[in-house]
Design a protein around this ligand. Structure first.
Ligand code: KG4
Ligand code: ZN
Length: 344
């Protein structure tokens, strides 16, 4: 028992109240998520004030549940890791305040974790042998990046979205075609019934050498298409819109990711360089996963997709990032703060 190093991790950056217990950086003993989707659904999106209140109500029970499911007590915990940004500030503050309280009460070291490092770290749990350096496509509700993971605590951004994140585009398009919140999974499902070639939405690649993205144009294109069809009195085939939109964004994400791997390694290079890791909520998208598998197979790139349950927000990924950050930098003190904007 003594060689265990147990981290209790807390995540509350958006609409999931989550807690997990990890042994080391990769072994998940429990991973509890209390989702608020049903509450926010009625409003068509996350209402920040309601999210904060729900985090407050859910935090202690969710943490207790994570301890119970792991079969441990506070005395066994060696580290408390908590998301301290980026995210909804009122939601983050609840997690950070709770973590500080637990840390003080139990005299347990505390560490703040960048949510985006957490997403990347979900792959360390899924793939026990995966180690940096590698390139990673990060696709979430707030971020779209191609990054170079130089080390567990060192990430260099190679490209970012210049406007909407890809998850945000999914959510907005879902609203336009009346699917509601959360849009990503609903478009994913509906697109399976549509023809991805029926409506062609423009792919935006920006400058040739750039790993940046832009998704606000396609959102407007979908809106214009829907409005013009309505004005002409034609029935809108929402499944075709969903499939056409999804095909356009997936094509850009896959093309740019493959280009990045090819830029950073030669095709006959068998070393660690020819690897592509994927992270974030949109990594759960079935069409993106399928297209990445095809492209990486063709290009002889080893592909790492996080397991489905670790794509969207969870505390297990925060526990992994917390462990590696603590090993390198040691603990934070009780002046730890929450930040709505926190870069990689
Ligand atoms: O990583 P995440 O859980 O939270 C952030 O850190 O933003 O990502 C949430 C985003 C939402 O925009 C959601 O619509 C999208 O991920 N998403 C999906 C799918 N599942 C979640 N997008 C497309 N297809 C999915 N299956
Ligand atoms: Zn997230």
């Amino acid at each position: 028992m003594n060689d265990r190093f147990l981290t209790l991790a807390i995540e509350s950056s958006c609409d999931e109240t989550a807690a997990a217990v990890l042994d080391g950086g990769r072994q998940v003993l429990s991973n509890v998520i209390s989702s608020q989707i049903a509450i926010h659904e009625a409003y068509g999106g996350v209402v920040p004030e309601i999210a904060s209140r729900k985090h407050l109500e859910n935090m202690n029970p969710v943490v207790q549940c994570a301890l119970d499911e792991a079969g441990v007590t506070w005395k066994d915990i060696d580290l408390i890791g908590v998301t301290h940004g980026p995210g909804l500030i009122g939601a983050l503050v609840i997690g950070v305040a709770a973590a500080k309280g637990y840390s003080l009460a139990g005299n347990i070291p505390l560490i703040g974790v960048n949510h985006m490092y957490g997403h990347v770290s979900s792959n360390f749990i899924t793939y026990p042998d995966l180690e940096p350096p590698f390139l990673c496509l990060v696709v979430s509700g707030g971020h779209t990046n191609i990054v170079e993971v130089e080390g567990y605590t060192k990430i260099k951004v190679l490209g970012s979205t210049r406007d909407d994140a890809v998850g945000e585009a999914y959510d907005k398009v879902a609203r336009v075609i009346g699917l509601g919140y959360p849009g990503g999974p609903k478009i994913d499902k509906l697109a399976k019934e549509g023809n991805p070639e029926a409506i062609h939405f423009k792919r935006v690649y920006l400058e040739k050498e750039s790993f940046d993205f832009s998704f606000s144009g396609i959102k407007t294109a979908v809106l214009n298409y829907v409005n013009s069809e309505r004005q002409a009195g034609r029935e809108i085939k929402t499944a075709d819109v969903a499939a056409g939109f999804q095909e356009a964004v997936v094509e850009v994400l896959v093309t740019k990711s493959v280009e990045a791997v090819n830029r950073y390694s030669s095709k006959d290079d068998n070393s660690f360089n020819r690897r592509l890791v994927v992270a974030g909520g949109v990594a759960a998208n079935s069409r993106l996963r399928e297209a990445l598998v095809e492209a990486c197979d063709r290009e002889k790139i080893k592909l790492y997709l996080p397991e489905m349950g670790l794509c969207t927000d969870n505390a297990a990924m925060i526990g992994s990032a917390a462990y590696y950050k603590y090993k390198e930098y040691g603990p934070d003190d009780l002046s730890l703060d929450a930040y709505a904007d926190l870069s990689f």
